[in-house]
Structures are given as C-alpha cells and as structure tokens.
Design a protein around this ligand. Structure first.
Ligand SMILES: [Ca+2]
Ligand SMILES: [Ca+2]
Length: 223
C-alpha cells in the first residue's frame, strides 16, 4: 500500500508540473491583443481613434492588425481612425496575426449618440404692447413649429397650450377663451426617438385683461 502511494506521488507531481508548464508555455507564446479607444460614447458624427500598440507577442512579431468597426467599416494597422456617422451601439473588434499564423482577438463597444432635435415655434397673429407680444382672446392663433430642426428628421410635434388643451402637428390653430398668461409647450420628437421641448409664455388680452390690475394704468400687462 505504502509503495503504491510512493509510485503515485511522483506521477501526480509530474502531471502537475506538465500542466503548469503547459499553461506557462501558452502564456509565453500566444500573441495578446489589446487596444485603447479615444471614445466610448459620443454624439455623431465623430472620429474615434484606436491604438493597438499595447498588443504584444512573446515569440515572433505581430505581422498584421485587422479592425472591424461594427458599422461595416474595416481597417488595418496598429493605429487607426474611424468616423461614425450613424447613431447606434457598435462592436469594435481587433484581430492580430503573428508570423506563425497565431491570432488573438479583443473587442469593445462604442456608443454613437443621436443628436437631439431643437424645438422652436412662432405664433400669429400677434401685436406688441410695450415691447411685449400679445394675442387676443377669442381669436384663432396659428402656432407653427417649422423652425424646429434635427440632424435627420423631426417626426412629431406635440402642443400643450397651457389651458388644458393640446394638439398634434407642425402647424396648429388654437383659440384662448380667457385672457391670461399661458405657458405654451412644444415637444418635438426625431426619427430616433430623441425629444426636445420649447416653452414660451403667451400673453392673451381682451375681455378681462390678463393679470388685471383693474385700477392700474396697464391693464393688459402680463407681468
Ligand atoms: Ca439617426
Ligand atoms: Ca436626431
């Protein structure tokens, strides 16, 4: 029994030694792919730079660096640039090849962000009183969001007129029943789901003046 144990022990030690040296050898001889990226997240369009000079090969040389950028673009070389023009999440893959035909691969993700739309609107007819635009109660006012824009497309216009009424569309009409100061909110949405709001105070006069100071000199004042 004792003898068998003695025989087994060297065999076991030998097996461990082989395993360790096997791992060690793997680590020593396989190429290691590594790179840094100048951006992990940026609004399009932007140029990202990638640097794979940290990659190394313990035996032999790295003979080529191949890149795929996740948007159909490819390149080669240890240091490359790539322009992202469409929003999305992209996987960047680097594969290196050494002189013995061994390869190594590593990857990262880059998020190319959608530029948000800009919301703007005008309204007519309106007149000016003491440098302040005013509209009249019981008059049809046209609200126009045509000055809103996006890098691609504004696909919806949602209006809130500040008096519980709402509407949808680039150009809408609304009539205020009562004088007052109303916060009109236009929310635009682009084709990628990005939203932006514009808020303007609209002063409505007529009938009972807005924020009326009945005994004051400027009964139409909205301040
Ligand atoms: Ca887009
Ligand atoms: Ca956009």
């Amino acid at each position: 029994m004792k003898r068998r144990r003695l025989v087994c022990l060297p065999a076991l030690l030998c097996l461990i030694a082989v395993s360790i040296s096997g791992c060690f050898e793997l680590r020593l001889t396989d190429p290691q792919a590594m790179f840094t990226a100048s951006e992990s997240q940026h609004t399009i369009p932007f140029t990202a730079s990638f640097d794979a000079t940290l990659s190394y090969n313990p035996e032999g040389e790295i003979v080529s660096y191949l890149w795929t950028f996740g948007d159909g673009g490819t390149d080669s070389g240890p240091v490359v640039d790539h322009v992202y023009e469409q929003n999305g999440v992209y996987e960047v893959v680097l594969t290196i090849f050494d002189s013995e035909g061994k390869t190594a691969t590593t990857r990262t993700h880059i998020e190319a962000l959608n530029p948000l739309p800009t919301a703007e609107f005008t309204y007519t007819p309106r007149s000016t009183m003491e440098n302040q635009p005013v509209v009249s109660a019981s008059e049809e006012i046209t609200f126009d969001g045509a000055e809103s824009f996006d890098d691609e497309e504004v696909v919806s216009y949602e209006w809130y007129f500040g008096d519980t009424q709402t509407a949808t569309g680039q150009v809408v009409k609304h009539e205020y029943l009562y004088p007052g100061t109303y916060n009109v909110v236009l929310t635009v949405t682009d084709n990628d789901g990005g939203t932006m709001q514009c808020v303007q105070q609209v002063c409505v006069i007529g009938g009972t003046p807005c924020n009326a100071d009945i005994t004051g000199d400027i009964p139409w004042s909205c301040q």
